[in-house]
Design a protein around this ligand. Sequence first.
Ligand SMILES: Nc1nc(Cl)c2ncn([C@@H]3O[C@H](CO)[C@@H](O)[C@H]3O)c2n1
Length: 235
Amino acid sequence: MSVHIGAKPGEIAERVLLPGDPMRAKWIAETFLEDAVCYTQVRGMLGFTGTWQGQRVSVQGSGMGMPSASIYTHELINEYGVKSVIRIGSCGALAMDLNLGDVVAAIGSATDSNMNRSRFDGLIDYAPVADFGLLRSAVDIAEAQGVPIRVGPILAADAFYTDRPDLYDALALYGVLAVEMESAAIYTIAARYGAKALTILTVSDHIKRGEAMESAQREQGFGNMVKIGLNTIIA
Ligand SMILES: Nc1nc(Cl)c2ncn([C@@H]3O[C@H](CO)[C@@H](O)[C@H]3O)c2n1
């Protein structure tokens, strides 16, 4: 086992979906995977391995925020030989032409986190980006599933509650579609250690319009995203 994941070698598939919420990892495993087995309950951050269309896939909770997501991404790749990760989660929309329930694929991820700045002594703004092959597959698969998918840059923020909504307005002028809290770390660590990464999100809130999804809507909306994620990671 690694410091934060209680799996034995070989118990985690090379392809891993990363929801932030461990209870959503459980829901995905129980709803979509065949023969799902829980391989870790360390700190309540559940992980499961099963099969999707006959292919081994794992689903691992990452927790909220880049420090937590960094720990799980690092250990999955470096201790368990994971080759590709797809974050699936929720986001708050900034773009006015996005609506609740829309699906977004993050081509890149701006961040206010210091985690990347400190990697380069604050001298270089590293650009965390998605793996192109996973992104292309996700777009093709989403279209085949009849689910429109919006591709663009997002913001991975350290704070959920911000005092600076004016900065979000400025980012929207540069085409930033939405806000979440993990993608920049997942992209950076996957690139650093030679794995592929993608983030697919469902718009659960509209920050500018002050709208939020009802919980029932969330489950249905997330189902489309999960299927896109599963079909993409085995493609
Ligand atoms: N900053 C932020 N803002 C909004 Cl409006 C969000 N909507 C969903 N999330 C995601 O959901 C969790 C916070 O509820 C985080 O993991 C984050 O990635 C959001 N994170």
